[in-house]
Design a protein around this ligand. Sequence first.
Ligand code: E4P
Length: 217
Amino acid sequence: MKFFVDTADTAEIRDLAATGLLDGVTTNPSLIHKSGRQFLEVVKEICGIVDGPVSAEVVALDHETMMKEAEILRKIADNVCIKVPLTIDGLKTCKALTSDGTQVNVTLCFSANQALLAAKAGATFISPFVGRHDDNGFDGMQLIDDIRLIYDNYAFDTEILVASVRHSIHVLEAAKIGADVMTAPPAVIKSLFNHVLTEKGIAAFMADWAKTGQTIG
Ligand code: E4P
């Protein structure tokens, strides 16, 4: 399973990239706003930190303007992945861009039928938002399960990118279903390293090691 971080905070991205476990980055207009930085400049910096796909979202709602924005975004770096909303215009843009070899992440997916349309439009990634789905009384993980089944039925190449991840159980369940990618805030990714028994075990081993009076090397 690939791990993307969902942030435009370059310090956090550098921190996670240093683990060697980060496969890509997703941003959205809200995360750009939170960063307080200029969109094109921050995307360029992120593309220099990670080799994997960096999702940068168009903000136009019509196909023609989406294509113009995508043209500007994809010139930033080879690893820019154009993010488009799951609308008719978004999927027209997806089809045009992927036919031309550009990576596209179709975002704001809330139904398996929407995911089916995105795969037919040649999307590189489909982003179902599990957290927001749960928040609204739906079962986010059932959505991932349904998309996995449909994509496997037809051997679609589109990768399932589980988004709006809120906690470690979302990551666990997505991995059990066989989602290809998950994107989560830095804090959620960092929480995956932790276990109380790991911490207790290290403390006990260190205490006993100190009693031996030895050093390595
Ligand atoms: C995905 O690409 C989105 O940026 C993101 O996961 C949205 O998550 P949120 O519901 O926490 O805003």
